[in-house]
Design a protein around this ligand. Structure first.
Ligand SMILES: NC(=O)c1ccc[n+]([C@@H]2O[C@H](COP(=O)([O-])OP(=O)(O)OC[C@H]3O[C@@H](n4cnc5c(N)ncnc54)[C@H](OP(=O)(O)O)[C@@H]3O)[C@@H](O)[C@H]2O)c1
Length: 394
């Protein structure tokens, strides 16, 4: 067998073709996702003793694919030495082959892949948190052989069970953003019943899960969106308190005149006033941050005294500028958070398995449209999650 057909599950189980189709990025093509990502034929990766080869039924689209395609803020080719990069940090598929030391999984198992890799041997992996491992990497971003290919290579500890009630494509769509939101809220910010949580980008990949988790934990999400259709989506997910950020002009710009700066601050206070109106006078106990430059100073300003700003990303820029007086005088905390460890992914996945948290799939793309799906995400023309059909039959 030279190569398997897209949209099929080959037989017999475990038999390997000589090569596979993959959506690759090459150094010389880094730029807009629609041009930088291309389908080509590559060899099947070899697996190590603790690894598994997974037949990718479907893959989820994430913002790190956009960063990888652009080569910005850093090129993925600084993180590994392979001549091409296969992006993709979400997958659902069938275990096709396992390494000699893998005990918990076998060929034929239906799985979802979480995207944290670590060495598994250091004291941090074995006592603190695998996210603290000095070799910690995000699979499909900091490593090659991500999910936009017919097969992917993963560490066996990355596997969790695929929910039986969900199809392949929905199953591929939630891992990265949901497990990240879970760690941010449950473990890092320690959300409590009754908390008010300001969720930026509430209809985006992280936001849809932050809203659902807040509801499940008995907290009140204050969902920020930028359109009526996104407002409708977050209301369906259980957000009763919704604000359209387009109705306010609080984003500070470096070349703001003193008059403009004053206007922006007044707008931010108006935005804060709307939060208080919705919450009957409460400021956010937690701000769920991932937008970065354009919202961070507002997040620090808006959080309640002793409140927390938990941040995992910076879509609009990572060099942040804020008035630190709002932080110390009101004793707020900024908490960094990054993906999740295997235990958190497993615990979070259980809530999907029993139907208490659900994925929100916006659009499904065929494999050849993987570059366009990333372009759409870059341009913020989506809501919820985007996913790619690979071996899942139509
Ligand atoms: N560290 C980690 O482990 C981790 C994990 C997941 C994601 N991330 C990062 O987190 C970020 C978000 O990921 P995602 O999957 O949620 O992306 P997404 O699906 O694109 O959603 C992001 C949302 O942010 C909002 N947004 C964009 N620009 C904004 C701006 N200037 N001001 C206010 N809101 C803005 C948009 O909502 P509206 O336009 O409706 O407001 C959008 O829906 C990305 O930078 C990603 O790389 C990090």
């Amino acid at each position: 067998m030279n190569r398997i057909e897209l949209g099929t599950v080959p037989t017999p189980l475990g038999e390997l073709p000589e090569s596979m189709l993959a959506c690759t990025i090459r150094k010389e093509r880094e730029g807009e996702p629609a041009k930088s990502m291309q389908i080509e034929e590559v060899p099947i990766p070899e697996i190590g003793a603790n690894e598994a080869l997974v037949l990718v039924m479907a893959a989820g689209v994430n913002f790190n694919g956009v960063w990888a395609a652009q080569g910005k803020p850093i090129s993925v080719f600084r993180m590994h030495k392979d001549p091409f990069h296969i992006a993709g940090s979400d997958a659902a598929g069938i275990v096709w082959k396992v390494g000699s030391d893998v005990r918990r999984w076998k060929p034929g198992d239906e799985v979802v892949v979480h995207c944290n890799q670590s060495c598994g041997q250091c004291p941090e992996c074995n006592g603190l948190d695998p996210m603290a491992c000095s070799e910690q990497k995000i699979w499909g971003y900091e490593t090659n052989w991500g999910s936009f290919a017919q097969f992917t290579k993963v560490q066996a500890q990355q596997l969790v069970r695929k929910p039986k009630q969900l199809g392949w494509i929905e199953s591929a769509s939630y891992g990265l953003t949901y497990f990240t939101a879970y760690r941010m809220l449950v473990d890092r910010a320690e959300v409590k019943p009754g908390d008010h949580v300001l969720v930026w980008g509430a209809a985006g990949g992280l936001g849809i899960f932050a809203v659902q988790l807040c509801r499940l934990m008995g907290a009140h999400p204050v969902a920020v969106v930028s359109s009526a259709s996104k407002a409708e989506l977050v209301r369906k997910l259980g957000a009763n308190l919704v604000i359209n950020r387009r109705e306010y002009d609080f984003v500070r710009r470096p070349d703001d005149t003193p008059e403009l700066a004053k206007h922006r601050q007044a707008e931010l206070k108006r935005f804060g006033g709307e939060i208080r109106r919705l919450t009957q006078g409460k400021d956010p106990d937690i701000v769920f941050e991932h937008v970065g430059r354009e919202t961070f100073s507002s997040s620090v300003f808006l959080a309640k005294r002793f409140g927390k700003i938990v941040i995992c990303g910076a879509t609009s820029g990572y060099e942040l500028d804020f008035d630190v007086r709002h932080l110390w005088m009101r004793q707020k905390s900024i908490i960094g958070s990054h993906f999740a460890n295997a235990y958190q992914a497993e615990r979070a996945n259980e809530l999907i398995l029993d139907g208490r948290i659900r994925p929100v799939l916006d659009q499904v793309f065929e494999f050849h449209d993987t570059p366009q799906a990333h372009q759409l995400m870059k341009e913020n023309r989506h809501q919820g999650k985007l996913a790619i059909r690979i071996q899942a039959p139509k």
